[in-house]
Design a protein around this ligand. Structure first.
Ligand SMILES: NC(=O)c1ccc[n+]([C@@H]2O[C@H](COP(=O)([O-])OP(=O)(O)OC[C@H]3O[C@@H](n4cnc5c(N)ncnc54)[C@H](O)[C@@H]3O)[C@@H](O)[C@H]2O)c1
Ligand SMILES: [Zn+2]
Length: 361
């Protein structure tokens, strides 16, 4: 078991990472002083795979567990679904002290987290992430939200959990494309903050993809450590936290230009390569480093080039991004593999140029 402490003063919490940890959730909760009733919010897929093991363990530790199940998928991140969850919590007489356990991927973490942040002005939240993406990214940092129509994460809050328990064993059920989705964020973490971790990924990518538990534990640990360090310095996303958006400016535009047919991780992979090309053009990164980045992304099972839609559409989608300010595009650029910097005034013409190169790649 590995542990990362997210240092946020009175809102600090631990992230526990290891194989078989869901079966020990009761012990961690008791150590934190929780007793009595708990509400688990999960989706039907995760409930089938991990729900009963968690419930049995919690009940063996003396907790009374109610489970609320929603269907899987991004569409559940809505105010309507949140409203229905409030209804069920009231009907089940959940109190201000009743913890909500978010068991699932980032969709459940964001939705159940949003409900926990708002039900009775906030009840204790425990994140139990079951996708690689949720373990390395969404469960840590305190951002919770639902979508508003086509606009992602428009209604939300900063709400830190009491703890995060990342059970590596849950990842053995994960489909290959969901694994790759999470690997994009893992590569991002290494690329922005830790050159040694980047080399580690280069040495081990195939074994990681074969779901070696020791290696999965290591990459979740390293990614969480990096995110926790950035979040601890910038809880409310005022500056440094921007570097976590490496690959995401173009990535979000690719996602929305594709009508969300391209998955987030794939879009971020394309965005990371395009941003690295911008870095190359500005003389920050060298050709060899760009190649290494591309090769690692390909080995992770992710795309590097633009799919078959037009550069203009992506440029247009980028102009609608809330992170694109006053005609200038805020970009996270790499100075080397392991070191990123936020640049505020990347010329749109340069972005268009690298996207066109990427299209041909
Ligand atoms: N809050 C944040 O800081 C933050 C950061 C990044 C992403 N997000 C959000 O996260 C969401 C995406 O999360 P995601 O990629 O985890 O998607 P997801 O929650 O939709 O999970 C993907 C699929 O995998 C299934 N699944 C979950 N765990 C599984 C397991 N162990 N085995 C097999 N199948 C499993 C789910 O049922 C679902 O069908 C988006 O809504 C995004 O906005 C939030
Ligand atoms: Zn992301």
């Amino acid at each position: 078991m590995r542990q990362v402490d997210v240092s946020l003063g009175s809102k600090s919490y631990a992230v526990y990472i290891g194989a078989g940890l869901l079966a020990q959730a009761g012990r961690y909760l008791k150590e934190k002083g929780f007793a009595g009733r708990l509400v688990v919010i999960t989706d039907s897929t995760v409930n089938r795979l991990c729900g009963s093991a968690l419930r049995q363990a919690l009940e063996a530790d003396g907790f009374g567990v109610s489970t609320i199940e929603v269907p899987p998928g991004e569409a559940q991140k809505s105010l309507e679904r949140a409203g229905q969850l409030y209804q069920e919590l009231t009907a089940g007489r959940a109190e201000r002290t009743t913890p909500i356990l978010a068991l699932g991927g980032g969709v459940i973490g964001d939705l159940a987290g949003f409900v926990a942040a708002t039900y009775q002005r906030g009840v204790p939240l425990v994140q139990l992430p079951t996708t690689l993406l949720a373990q390395v990214d969404s469960s840590v940092g305190g951002k919770v939200a639902v979508d508003h129509g086509q606009l992602k994460n428009m209604i939300g809050a900063f709400y830190q959990p009491e703890m995060v328990i990342a059970d590596i064993s849950a990842l053995k059920f994960l489909p290959t494309d969901e694994l790759a989705n999470g690997l994009a964020e893992v590569i991002k973490s290494a690329a922005i903050r830790d050159g040694q971790f980047f080399s580690f990924l280069e040495e081990n990518m195939e074994r990681i993809k074969s779901l070696d538990e020791g290696l999965l534990e290591e990459i979740v640990y390293q990614s969480v450590r990096i995110k926790a360090a950035v979040v601890a310095e910038d809880e409310l996303d005022m500056g440094l936290r921007n570097i976590l958006n490496y690959g995401h400016t173009i990535g979000h535009a690719v996602e929305s230009a594709s009508d969300f047919k391209i998955k987030h991780g794939s879009a971020v992979a394309i965005g990371m390569v395009a941003a690295a090309r911008v870095s190359l053009h500005l003389g920050l990164l060298d050709e060899g480093e760009l190649k290494r980045l591309q090769e690692l992304i390909i080995r992770a099972g992710l795309p590097v080039g633009m799919p078959d839609f037009r550069v203009e559409e992506i440029m247009l989608a980028m102009q609608h991004d809330k992170k694109v300010r006053e005609g200038k595009t805020r970009f996270v650029l790499l100075k080397s593999l392991g070191n990123a910097e936020v640049i505020d005034d990347v010329a749109p013409s340069l972005i268009e140029e690298v996207l066109t190169e990427n299209e041909q790649a």
